[in-house]
Design a protein. Structure first.
Ligand SMILES: *Cc1c(COP(=O)(O)O)cnc(C)c1O
Length: 458
């Protein structure tokens, strides 16, 4: 049997076949055909290669997920072992397998706040759909069936399924369909930069947190099931939480008997410099969704964690009429276990907090000092946004039509660096194993990309 190889066709043949048969998420299909896809053929450490032999430093860790880097033999071996032993079996009808059980045990050790019961799924979106169903079931079982509304935030990202997209608050996610669905509400997110120089991060954070209380009072606490937030917002543009923000959110949730859900899909597993964003911001959530870094993206797996308080009610509420064929897929669990073992053995979370993150932000701040395009650098751990502005003294934004971040993203690509463009910001989220030398390389390429973009913007 021959394995499929990139070299069995030319790049343009692959591109034509791709256009003929593959529909791409988050992509303008027509524009894509004009340019052709980049065919990615290999990866090692923090680097990926395309079919033309170009090497890129992956400043996005895939999609915020390849935390331990590419090319980990230990993970492929774990997959092979599990595949040979038990490639698949479900966990529905009084069955389990050892990989599911062991992973749940390991997660219970790592998560904060007594989150020690886990239900599996295969993606962050599915995890958040699971949250919506379980939380409503929780309140109904407690005899409070009117508590159904979820409150999320503007520029939040919680996934792409119908419930997850309704939890989210990114305007570009709303175009295709009549979302959010009913019973999903949103409050402002706590990013102060555009509020002007006189407004401090902390004071704006408090204002943004108090918007939750206003919303709960407007809806009636009897109708509100939960508040959901990413500890630090990711795909909406990387907004770290200001000091005091989460404390105030938690005070409000407690006071009005509203559950708190932390969406840790990006923040979880070291991205913020602690195991979970909830550790970094001292959040005690009732439920937590996790995905991405759980397996470093090697196989799809996600989970929802819950405390005894939630589990005990749900466990007494009759059968859980929810689950997926691939919930707790043993091979995905096996790769997650191996991934967590690498994270622990190599002390990758400590590496982020003590070494990589301080150096990364020092270098980004230095770049911001000297570069006229950069209005603000923000972020936490190893997730960052570089806000591009037309006038950094007066905080005047670019006209969106000028597409400064897309220009910068394309220029970075030509320099051999993958970044993401979100609005008028350039977003970075490299593998957590990135070294100081690789950070230097990343910053050098980003700086060159910014110069190219500045020249184009005139
Ligand atoms: C990526 C993401 C999701 C959705 O995960 P998928 O696996 O793409 O469904 C949910 N929440 C957050 C915070 C994310 O970044």
């Amino acid at each position: 049997m021959s394995t499929l190889s990139a070299s069995s066709r030319t790049t343009s043949e692959w591109q034509q076949l791709d256009h003929a048969h593959q529909v791409h998420p988050f992509t303008d299909q027509k524009a894509l055909h004009g340019r052709g896809v980049r065919v990615i053929t290999g990866a090692q450490g923090v680097y990926i290669w395309d079919s033309e032999g170009n090497r890129f430093l992956d400043g996005m860790a895939g999609l915020w997920c390849v935390n331990v880097g590419y090319g980990r033999k230990e993970l492929t071996q774990a997959v092979q072992r599990q595949m040979e032993e038990l490639p698949y079996y479900n966990n529905f009808f009084q069955t389990a397998n050892v990989s599911q059980i062991e992973l749940a045990r390991m997660l219970a050790e790592l998560t904060p706040n007594g989150l020690r019961h886990f239900i599996y799924s295969s993606s962050g979106s599915e995890a958040n759909d699971t949250v919506v169903r379980l939380v409503r079931h929780y309140w109904a079982t407690l005899g409070k069936p009117t508590k159904r509304v979820f409150i999320g935030r503007t520029l939040a990202y919680h996934g792409s399924t119908l419930a997850a997209v309704s939890l989210g608050g990114m305007p570009n996610m709303r175009g295709m369909d009549r979302v959010p669905l009913p019973e999903f509400e949103h409050i402002i997110h706590p990013h102060a930069y555009w509020q002007g120089e006189g407004v401090t991060k902390e004071s704006y954070g408090l204002k943004a947190a108090r918007a939750l209380e206003e919303k709960i009072l407007e809806l009636g606490a009897d109708n509100v099931a939960a508040f959901i937030g990413e500890p630090a917002q990711g795909a909406g543009g990387v907004f770290e939480a200001p000091a005091g923000y989460w404390a105030e959110i938690q005070r409000i949730c407690k006071k009005h008997d509203v559950l708190l859900v932390a969406d840790e899909v990006i923040c979880g597993f070291g991205r913020t410099g602690q195991w979970f964003g909830s550790h970094t911001y001292d959040i005690a959530p009732d439920l937590m969704s996790m995905a991405k870094g759980l397996s470093s993206g090697y196989l799809p797996i996600s989970a929802v964690a819950m405390t005894d308080r939630i589990f005990d009610v749900i466990a007494g509420g009759g059968p859980i009429a929810h689950g997926y064929t691939y919930s707790g897929h043993p091979t995905a669990c096996a790769v997650a276990i191996a991934n967590l073992n690498i994270m622990k053995r190599e002390r990758i979370v400590d590496h982020v907090r003590e070494t990589a993150s301080p150096y990364f932000f020092q270098k980004l701040q230095e770049l911001a000092q000297r570069h006229p395009l950069i209005g603000e650098v923000r972020g936490v751990g190893l997730m960052a946004a570089v806000q591009l502005v037309r006038d950094k003294q007066k905080r005047i934004p670019f006209d969106a039509k000028q597409e400064p971040a897309i220009k910068c993203r394309e220029a970075c690509l030509s320099e051999g660096l993958i970044v993401r463009a979100v609005g008028e910001a350039v977003v970075l989220s490299p593998p957590l194993i990135i070294t100081r030398d690789e950070i230097d390389e990343l910053i050098g390429k980003l700086s060159a990309g910014l110069d190219q973009a500045a020249a184009q913007l005139g």
